[in-house]
Structure formats: structure tokens, C-alpha cells
Design a protein. Structure first.
Length: 342
């Protein structure tokens, strides 16, 4: 029983002894331990990695020092600070709506605070048609990482303010029909150019890639009429496309028919010329022989004409060669005799 009562005390003494040994060990090698800890800490802070689509901005003593390209780099601990900026990434800002879920069937949020941006006045002085609901998107890239980080305090808000001002100016210079019709691309390009000029004057380090109008709608009370007008415009465009297609086909057929007739005429011309040249050559050869002996040629011609006349009215005629000794067995003499008697 006494041994059992002494066990807790012995365990406590053992634990105190262990703590004392550990303390003595740490106290003895504290400098070495501190050196190892410092090396580990500094080693983890001495290098950094810049991704492929990034650029690194190095600050030394709080001031810009240099730009670094993608890869593994080293820096001075506690002195150098690294800011990473994505320069090959397309940033996007949406106005008048917000993409909730981008998918095959994307979902968008509208209304409320978005309408404060999207509702704009056109050049009409009065009436419902002076208001248009304009939604658009701005895509941009970081052109200069240093300017992007340190020249403008809040780049995102600056871009939104500049874009909204540029779009209102572009829309305000157009009529309602132009805004909802054929001037959409022109408005986007005009707003894009104004944004570039303003942001460049701010030294923002931003390059605006595109400004694209998404949807432009009329006020609700004229929406039905507008839809009918849009449908009529679409039908007009379809009809024009069909007419242009038919016109092109007709022209192509006419050109093909023209080329075919030209080729046929050229072939007929060549054939006629060749035949005429052949007739001329044949006539000249006959003429040449005739000129050699006009009397003989005339007698031969008269003889042949007389023979042709006689043979034409003689019915069936059998001509024998003088060298043949016997009558050809292929000749039916009875048939020839009976025809002669008749």
C-alpha cells in the first residue's frame, strides 16, 4: 500500500526532472537553435515565383526598384517587397447587369442599383423615347504594372466611373432609334476611344480592349411597338439577303451562258475557217491540174457526167473487169434477165 501511495510523487519528480533537462538542453544550445530558426525563416522569405501570366513589381525600401519576368527569383528579406500583377489576363466590368452564373444558360442579375447605371437619355427633348436602357461590358488588360499599382488609387472604381461617363456621352449624342438600331457598334467604339484617352491621361496603366453594348431596350410602354419594328427590320434584312443571293445566282448564270456562247462561236469560227481553207486548197489543186491540160480535163469531166447520166437511168448495172475469165458466181443472172425483160 505504501508503494502505491508513493507512485504519484515519483511520477511528479520524474516529470520535473525531464523539464529541467529540456530547459538545460535549450539553454545550452539556444544560440544554435536560434540560428537554425533564422535560417529556415529567411530561407522561406528569400525566393519567390512569378507565374506565366504575371509580372513582378519589386519595391526596395518602399520604392519601385525593378520589374521581373515569370520564373523563380530571389530577393533581400525584409528589404524587398514583391507585388504580382496579371498582365496577360482579360479583366471584365459589367454595367447595368451582373453575371450570376456563367454557363451555357448564363444567369444575370438586373434591377435595383443596376438601373441607375443603365437608364440613359438620348437626344430627343421629350417623350418616352428619350430614355433607353443600355447595358454594356468593358474588357481591359494591365499594360503597365507600375502605373496600375501606384498611379491610380482605386483602379476598378476609376474604370467604372470613366466608362459610365464615356457611355453617357456616346449615347447622349445619338437618337433613340440610333441607339437601339444601327449605331450600336459605333457607340461602343466611341466610348472605347474616350475611355482610352481618359485612362491614358491618368497614367492608369490600363489598356481597354473592347467596349460592347449587350442589350438596349426601350421603355416598357413602347416595348411592343419596338419589337414589331425590330421584327420588320429583321424581315427586311432577310428579304434583302435573299434578293442579293438571287441576283448573284442570276448574274453567275448569265456570265456562264455568255462564256459558253462565246466559246461555241469561237469553235464554229475555227471549224468554218478550217473547212474553207480545205476547200480552197482542194480547188487550187484541181485548178492546177486543169491548167496543165484543159482539153483532157474537159473531156474527162464530160465523160464522167455522161456516164453518171446513163448509169442513173439504167437500173442495176454490172461492171466486169477485163481480166476476169469467168462470171462471178455471186451474181444472180436470172434475176437480172427477168428485170431486163420486164
Amino acid at each position: 500500500m505504501e508503494d502505491q501511495n508513493n507512485n504519484p510523487s515519483q511520477q511528479q519528480n520524474s516529470q520535473n526532472l525531464s523539464d529541467t533537462d529540456l530547459f538545460k538542453f535549450l539553454n545550452k544550445y539556444k544560440i544554435f537553435i536560434l540560428i537554425i530558426a533564422a535560417v529556415i525563416f529567411l530561407g522561406s522569405d528569400i525566393y519567390y515565383t512569378i507565374d506565366a501570366n504575371e509580372r513582378g513589381v519589386i519595391l526596395r525600401f518602399g520604392k519601385f526598384h525593378t520589374l521581373v519576368d515569370p520564373g523563380l527569383h530571389f530577393k533581400i528579406p525584409f528589404i524587398d517587397k514583391v507585388e504580382k500583377v496579371k498582365v496577360d489576363f482579360i479583366y471584365k466590368e459589367e454595367f447595368g447587369y451582373k453575371t450570376v452564373d456563367a454557363d451555357v444558360k448564363s444567369e444575370y442579375a438586373k434591377g435595383g442599383k443596376f438601373e441607375e447605371v443603365s437608364w440613359m437619355l438620348t437626344t430627343e427633348s421629350s417623350g418616352d423615347q428619350s430614355i433607353a436602357e443600355v447595358t454594356w461590358v468593358v474588357q481591359y488588360k494591365v499594360d503597365d504594372p507600375v502605373k496600375y499599382l501606384y498611379k491610380v488609387k482605386n483602379v476598378k472604381n476609376t474604370i467604372r466611373d470613366v466608362s459610365e461617363a464615356a457611355m453617357r456621352l456616346a449615347v447622349g449624342d445619338k437618337t433613340f432609334d440610333e441607339v437601339i438600331g444601327d449605331k450600336r457598334v459605333e457607340i461602343g467604339l466611341e466610348a472605347q476611344e474616350r475611355m482610352r484617352k481618359v485612362l491614358d491621361s491618368y497614367n492608369s496603366g490600363i489598356h481597354v480592349q473592347t467596349v460592347k453594348l449587350m442589350s438596349v431596350k426601350p421603355p416598357a410602354n413602347v416595348a411592343d411597338s419596338f419589337n414589331r419594328v425590330v421584327q420588320a427590320e429583321q424581315d427586311k434584312e432577310v428579304s434583302q439577303n435573299i434578293a442579293r443571293k438571287d441576283s448573284t445566282n442570276t448574274i453567275n448564270l448569265a456570265i456562264g451562258d455568255r462564256d459558253r456562247k462565246i466559246n461555241e462561236a469561237q469553235g464554229y469560227k475555227i471549224a468554218t475557217v478550217n473547212q474553207a481553207e480545205g476547200d480552197v486548197a482542194r480547188f487550187l489543186s484541181v485548178l492546177k491540174e486543169f491548167e496543165k491540160d484543159e482539153t483532157k480535163a474537159t473531156m474527162v469531166r464530160l465523160y464522167l457526167e455522161k456516164v453518171e447520166l446513163v448509169l442513173f437511168n439504167a437500173g442495176e448495172v454490172v461492171v466486169f473487169d477485163e481480166d476476169i475469165k469467168n462470171i462471178s458466181p455471186l451474181i444472180n443472172l436470172d434475176k437480172l434477165t427477168s428485170k431486163k425483160n420486164d
